[in-house]
Design a protein around this ligand. Sequence first.
Ligand code: NDP
Ligand code: HSE
Length: 428
Amino acid sequence: MEEIKIGLLGLGTVGKGVVKLLEQSATVIEQRLGKKIVLKKVAIKDLKKERDVFLPEGVLTDQAEDVVNDPEISIVIELIGGTDAAKKLTLKALKNKKHVVTANKALIAEEGDVVIKTALDHKVAYMFEASVGGGIPILRSLRDGLVANRTESIYGIINGTANYILSKMSDEGIEFDQALKEAKEKGYAEADPSLDIDGIDSAHKLKILTLLGFGLKVNMNDIFVQGIRNITLSDIVYAEELGYKIKLLAIAKEIGVEIEVRVHPTLIPEDHLLAAVNDVYNAICVTGNAAGQNIFLGLGAGDMPTASAVLSDVIEIARDPTRSFHEHMPMVNTLKSIRKIDEVISKYYIRLSVVDQPGVLSGIANILGEHNISIASVIQKERNVGDTVPLIMMTHEAKEHEICQAMDVIDRLPVVDRKSMVIRVEMI
Ligand code: NDP
Ligand code: HSE
């Protein structure tokens, strides 16, 4: 049987998953591919570290260059992460005419242009199914299954760590820090978890989805990004009382000739399917002009789901290396432009901390009214005369810049004791 020799850079959470899955699925892969995949070399940083995977003698090395320069290796899997060593080694592998498979969304989002150009110049594949949605075959679905559609919108819960945190806070009433600690222990979080909780990882993935879904190249600076750091248990409870769940949503949607591309905590109706996506699960809701709404749901992080996506790319390349080098490249749409966040129209959830005294609500309502913002509902349950209480408001549709201006005035009122929380609402 023909052997395809591959090399692996990185043996952390996902790298170990790849080694395990290659072993577990060896027979299935051989039957389906008609070829044997042989892991020839694995590069890591620290040879002394304990590893709970078995590798034959001589496979493990701390010399990553040996992997990307090995003439027998035709496919390199990069699972180091980050944009430094990963970029250098990826470019080296591509220039050596090796196909590269990765889960590294940061590298694709930050340096994708140069890496993809290098792959095209050297007529090799650079494939990244695992970079979005863990084990969900979302990029393949956009590229192949939905290829005849004009994409109208993409709504994604695409960060497993953030979703794990928000759903644990909601279901178990645990605090943010405890939920983050658990997500780290399970291997979901990035080496720098602020990428997860500040929305940057979702923005990296949204950039990739926007390229495949809309054929639109966006700069990272054009994506409005807000994370979940400031979401409190009380926001989750109030949102649920109002009939919503809070999710970190990545949104790309067509509004005429413009596309909104944004990542932020979002209230979504509790009866929408995305509202039921919990723990480390990811879900991507894609609306195409012909296929309508399609929802892709699956495990969005972790060793084995991500390894599944990584190996799907390896197998695609092994099936037909000539087909895959050009086929993953989308056409670039130059007809659409990005709508600035100021222009977005949305409903809003507002949580204020105000002094409990007569006239406060009407004063705030007046300021909102002066900015063309109409209130849909108000909750003020607690009474604490003369001291502060939470005041929750839901607005009707309003313009983002008018909300920002109004909140700027409101937050400076003497009866408002700290910066208010404003969360956008999407009626998906
Ligand atoms: P880890 O931090 O767990 O593992 C990184 C690995 O890279 C380690 O084995 C480390 O070696 C090795 N490494 C670091 N620098 C070098 C270097 N210069 N040369 C050789 N090896 C090096 O990362 P993950 O497995 O979690 O993530 C890998 C990639 O997959 C990232 O891009 C991440 O964003 C992405 N991803 C992760 C998911 C997850 O659930 N964890 C899901 C989807 C994508 P050593 O072990 O010696 O320290
Ligand atoms: N840190 C990422 C997440 C890994 O939590 O979703 C998967 O890309």
